[in-house]
Ligand binder design. Structure first.
Ligand code: PMP
Length: 303
């Protein structure tokens, strides 16, 4: 069970988390017609007067885009204002995760996005490590990531997460920690809730935006950091066999941060992971506001 933050934003006001409840007839619950965001915050290690939110603007922009796919106009700056107030009201004391959610909130049936009421809520929970930072074992999933022509994959649409859920459970129930999904072309796509990176011969390789991936904000951060560190980055389709003989593989995501992969199916990856470690160290320093070059990625909420 999670430790939820005490205050939620629900139906245009701040209320206790316990009282923020929806009906069993809520449209989005039946049709997956919601979209969510997920961002992390930490109390500033330097002062107890401040909370640090990583790339708040990008997360709000992505949620605003996701809302567009639901036929709902929710400007990014409105989301941002609500999240800032949400953090001020909760004053979290430990590392936490914010889950903003837009959805079709009418009661009743018939899948559609027109002529239907939408709503927006925000809640949060304490969140430490989502996956083991020491490394994980992955299975190549028998489930493939959906295609952009049948689902707007640039949005974090809740209904799309049936595939992630199937893949994750298949992986865990067969003794692995996480699933790696291929896309409909049979190329490496991403994990159940993380993007994927491969290191070979000193180059950092990751599937590009034409590979049905989610436009991960951690992915974007990793690519920027790697470039700044002088690591060669390549965005291109990745074959499954490249993963199996890679020098390093890691997953990136808001919850997972940078998680090294130790084994894929029955292929053990090398124990030394110098590039993964270098990127992880840098990303941690940035999120803790210890790197002056990336201050603009860290939104500071005064409490
Ligand atoms: N892919 C999927 C399917 C995800 O759910 C997530 C988590 N949001 C990611 C990738 C990683 O995205 P981000 O770095 O923005 O958290």
């Amino acid at each position: 069970m999670h430790n939820f933050l005490p205050i939620a934003y629900f139906q245009n006001q701040f209320v206790s988390f316990e009282s923020a409840n929806i009906s069993i007839a809520t449209h989005a619950l039946h049709y997956g017609t919601g979209a969510f965001g997920g961002l992390r915050g930490i109390p500033d290690p330097e002062t107890d007067q401040q909370i640090l939110l990583f790339r708040l603007d990008r997360h709000c922009q992505r949620l605003s885009s996701s809302a567009k796919f639901l036929n709902y106009n929710l400007p990014a700056d409105k989301i941002e204002q609500i999240i800032i107030e949400f953090v001020q009201k909760n004053q979290p004391q430990t590392s936490f995760y914010i889950r903003p959610f837009v959805y079709t909130s009418d009661l009743g049936i018939a899948p559609r996005l027109h002529n239907i009421q939408k709503d927006f809520f925000v809640y949060g929970l304490e969140l430490g490590d989502y996956l083991s930072p020491d490394g994980i074992n992955c299975r190549i999933s028998s489930w493939h990531r959906q295609e952009d022509r049948s689902l707007p994959l640039r949005g974090k649409i809740s209904g799309a997460y049936i595939t992630s859920s199937l893949a994750k459970t298949e992986a865990v129930e067969s003794g692995f920690d996480e699933a790696i999904l291929l896309n409909s072309q049979g190329k490496v796509c991403e994990a159940s809730g993380m993007n994927i990176f491969v290191v070979r011969n000193g180059q950092l390789i990751t599937p590009g935006f034409d590979q049905d991936i989610l436009e991960g904000i951690t992915r974007d951060s990793v690519l920027t950091i790697a470039k700044d560190l002088g690591i060669e980055i390549i965005e291109r389709p990745v074959d499954k066999t490249e993963l199996l003989i890679a020098d390093e593989v890691f997953l990136s995501g808001t919850a997972a941060k940078i998680t090294p992969v130790k084994r894929i199916e029955n292929y053990h990856l090398p124990e030394q992971k110098p590039i993964t470690e270098k990127l992880r160290e840098k990303l941690t320093a940035i999120t803790e506001n210890r790197d002056s070059n990336y201050q603009h990625w860290v939104y500071k909420v005064k409490i």
